[in-house]
Design a protein around this ligand. Structure first.
Ligand SMILES: Nc1ncnc2c1ncn2[C@@H]1O[C@H](COP(=O)(O)OP(=O)(O)OP(=O)(O)O)[C@@H](O)[C@H]1O
Ligand SMILES: [Mg+2]
Length: 248
């Protein structure tokens, strides 16, 4: 499994887990970290220098118009994108960061040059590239339902020991089935004891659980870059990574 989307309800720990997985995989292989959340903070969590200066793809208007040959309301649905990661996206310690930016909303999926460009790019990264790909999804199901992560090997749904995040997980799992995503897993985050783990096991029926991550009071409200100070968290996520890496 090397193309993995991380999803789940708001605030459950998606970005934290996506950042740590990216860092861990990057020690062995090249990684493409895709920030699919318009409220982006994956680059900062990984520790990209000057992460606030990274320009999201959706804001590269001239490039998008040129590549989609946008004219008089017409544009190409399959623009050239192969060179975009290397030419326009920053790399840091073996991790290439793709900040998608804002996908426009619209009735039955908005047809506009930005969305066509981003969809083609993400499709290219998922289907045609060898790197490990970790995609940090926005909260909830809307982005997933627009097919942004179609083609990934696995969707990992992060849950906390509470019914709301587990209900969201069930909706996401159903959607993944509709989208024909091959593997759907759950990751239990912020567990404080065995009861919390059992609560997740008992309520998340039908979704294979990859592992649990303890609630870490030092990590609460953490907004910086993951570092060796977070070693306990990193070690727990490393176990989850080993499972993902071993699953074929
Ligand atoms: N295991 C944990 N123990 C304690 N706090 C945690 C843990 N995992 C994540 N957090 C905290 O929970 C908050 C949300 O984490 P994070 O930003 O990774 O979640 P998210 O699912 O990406 O959120 P959003 O839906 O806003 O994108 C952060 O303040 C983070 O420090
Ligand atoms: Mg996030």
């Amino acid at each position: 499994m090397n193309k993995i989307a991380i999803t789940g309800k708001g605030g459950v720990g998606k970005t934290t887990i996506a950042a740590v997985l990216s860092i861990l995989f990057s020690k062995e292989k090249k990684v493409i970290a895709v920030d699919a959340d318009p409220d982006s903070n994956l680059a900062a969590s990984i520790g990209f220098p000057e992460s606030e200066k990274i320009i999201p793809i959706s804001e590269m208007k001239d490039l998008i118009n040129k590549r989609t040959e946008y004219k008089n309301g017409f544009f190409k649905m399959n623009p050239k994108v192969e060179d975009i990661p290397e030419k326009f996206c920053p790399e840091y310690k073996n991790i290439r960061l793709i900040n998608m930016g804002v996908m426009k909303k619209g009735g039955s999926g908005c047809f506009c040059p930005e969305n066509a460009f981003i969809k083609t790019l993400v499709g290219h990264l998922i289907i045609q590239r060898d790197e490990v790909l970790i995609m940090d999804m926005p909260a909830g199901i809307e982005n997933l339902s627009r097919g942004t992560a179609s083609g990934v090997d696995a969707v990992s749904i992060v849950v906390e020991p509470d019914i709301k995040s587990i209900e969201t997980a069930s909706r996401i799992e159903k959607l993944c089935k509709d989208l024909k995503i091959k593997k759907v897993f759950a990751i239990g985050n912020k567990v404080t004891n065995k009861n919390d783990e059992n609560y997740i096991v008992d309520n998340i029926k039908g979704i294979e659980i990859l592992g649990f991550i303890c609630y870490d009071s030092n990590f609460r409200n953490f907004r910086g870059a993951i570092s060796d100070d977070n070693i306990s968290l990193i070690n727990q996520i490393d176990k989850i990574k080993s499972k993902l890496g071993g699953l074929r």
